[in-house]
Design a protein around this ligand. Structure first.
Ligand code: MD3
Ligand code: FE
Length: 217
């Protein structure tokens, strides 16, 4: 389950009940002040993934408190329950039983995410290889997947090309990226239509939540 130092995959971490509950919250977030939107990149192309943010609004390539690139509204607060879930996620992934480096064990107590990007993939959506480096912090990123299975491509820190490892992320999976893996190139080449499990709360598409520490105030 460790793909690289500090990159830990915990399959099936969320129960179906937790997944359904989060999908309900997702419905509320998308009806909030800032709608789901496909970000426009500086080159003019639009991403196929649509995103709604909590705590801080991400726009390529910075964070803001208001969605100046969408409708100018203030972003929703980062929920307390998600701070607790983030700490639990880091504790679950960085446990000595999983063989992670000593320096990562115990991080969960101080882990305090303040932004979440909630991505929605419909059939055909994909995300190209990139690094997450808009945060002013090297704290871990926590990723939760719900709905359809996707192919996740985990690369290296030097180039957006090979070598990389492809694996499936399924509904309920947790992934934590910290330590030496924090600035690894990664992407989602595709989602597999029709693979959402019964009872996860989502019939079509895939939701991915990434929690981050922006290092901003
Ligand atoms: C590896 N999201 O929002 S989550 C993103 O499934 C993003 O929506 C993908 O990449 C998604 O930026 C992948 C897995 C992930 C998230 C953050 C990482 C992998 C990471 C940060 C560093 C290294
Ligand atoms: Fe990313």
């Amino acid at each position: 389950r460790q793909l690289g130092p500090g990159a830990v995959h915990v399959p099936g971490w969320l129960s179906l009940e937790q997944q359904r509950w989060i999908v309900e919250r997702f419905g509320e977030w998308t009806q909030g002040p800032v709608p789901l939107r496909a970000a426009s990149l500086p080159g003019g192309r639009r991403m196929s993934v649509r995103t709604v943010c909590l705590g801080w609004h991400w726009q390529p390539y910075r964070y803001s408190r208001t969605a100046t690139d969408v409708n100018g509204q203030a972003v929703l607060d980062f929920p307390e329950w998600m701070v607790r879930l983030g700490k639990k996620a880091v504790a679950a992934a960085y446990s000595p039983e999983l063989g992670v480096d000593e320096s990562l064990v115990g991080l969960s107590d101080v882990y305090a995410p303040d932004a979440a990007l909630v991505n929605y993939y419909d059939d055909g959506a994909a995300m190209g290889m990139h690094q997450d480096k808009d945060e002013h912090s090297n704290a871990p990123v926590v990723s939760l997947s719900i709905g359809e299975t996707c192919i996740f491509r985990f690369g290296n820190t030097q180039t957006r090309t090979k070598p990389y490892t492809d694996l499936e992320l399924r509904s309920g999976d947790l992934f934590v990226f910290g330590g030496p893996s924090r600035f690894t190139y990664h992407g989602i080449p595709k989602v597999l239509p029709g693979t959402a499990p019964d009872g996860c709360g989502l019939d079509r598409g895939r939701i991915n939540i990434t929690m981050r520490v922006t290092g901003l105030s």
